[in-house]
Write a protein that binds this ligand. Sequence first.
Ligand code: MG
Length: 395
Amino acid sequence: MRIAALIVAAGRGTRAAASGNTPKQYAPIGGRPVLARTIEAFLAHPAIHDVKVVIHPDDKNRYAALVIGTPEKLSPPVMGGDTRQESVLRGLEALADSSPDLVLIHDAARPFVTASTITDVIAALRDRPAALAALAVTDTLKRASVDGIVEKTMSRDRLWRAQTPQGFHFVPILAAHRKAADAGLRKFTDDAAIAEWAGLDVAIVEDKPSNVKLTTAGDLELADHHLTSQTAFEPRIGSGFDVHRFTAGDHVWLGGIKIPYTHKLEGHSDADVILHALTDALLGAIGDGDIGQHFPPSDPKWKGAASRLFLEDAARRVRDRGGRIVNVDITVLAEAPRIGPHRPAMQTLIGEVLGLTIDRIGIKATTNEGMGFVGRREGIAAMASASVLLPSASG
Ligand code: MG
């Protein structure tokens, strides 16, 4: 019995605008993006063999940054369509090659799905072609007139709120989706409704109230607060130092910015001392080796590499541990070029890579008063420190 999970993450999530232009499924809660948590819930379930995610074509880079490592069960993402229904159909078509026996379709915005709900939906599919997680309606329901005056109190008897995952025998749900698309019916809001329309029995599986859909900016804030208050964090400090010598050239790379100068800095990569010291500070804070270990200068792959890559990797390693970067601080030692005019551009770039506002990124420079190798203008040195909050081992 092969069971696939299809996670629908192609929406634009415009209702949750707190995170600027970031779609809500990529917004962090408790230091990890919503979608990463949702994917992990299915990867961790022993009955699931294959996890496939339907994403928006504009989110390819966001998605690539969110996946840590290469989980064996996670297959490449599928590009979604204009509607949720179309996105699901594309996901099902992409799964058709591997023809799973069952498929569980799940909203990316429900990261708190429990293993027991997944198990219960799968169990319900032993006797039925379709099953959905649902919550009994417990609030009293009123029907109002267009003026907002109550006309009637409705019975909530046998009423359920449809949630996800919704599970199906693979062949009939793919057939139902294709049939609906062929018939030009595009307004279904969930897959159980398509199954129902196609005449399949859909079983109700009682869900946990915690499996909420994060829809608004307020939902995201509440979820973030909930996760953060449950986790004990401990502060970590890391420091880094780097130096590169001048050689013939006409520009230097510093803090990810190309600065015209009478020389360049010699190095295997772009020799950006600021980003190298900063990368080491982050690695130091989490006790994860150093830049030379992860990106050996002996490897031709890193020849001329943009050092932004190294910093992105360090930031990913922090996130991987459930950590959050609090602030970073950098001191550059150089007689020239002048750093001040480029500080805002460096702060913007580093802020983008680390997900920090610029008031959390210190960049300072000093000359060496003509003393030593820096004073003789033989090279540039940089020092950096980073503060990181990591979940406590006991937390
Ligand atoms: Mg270096």
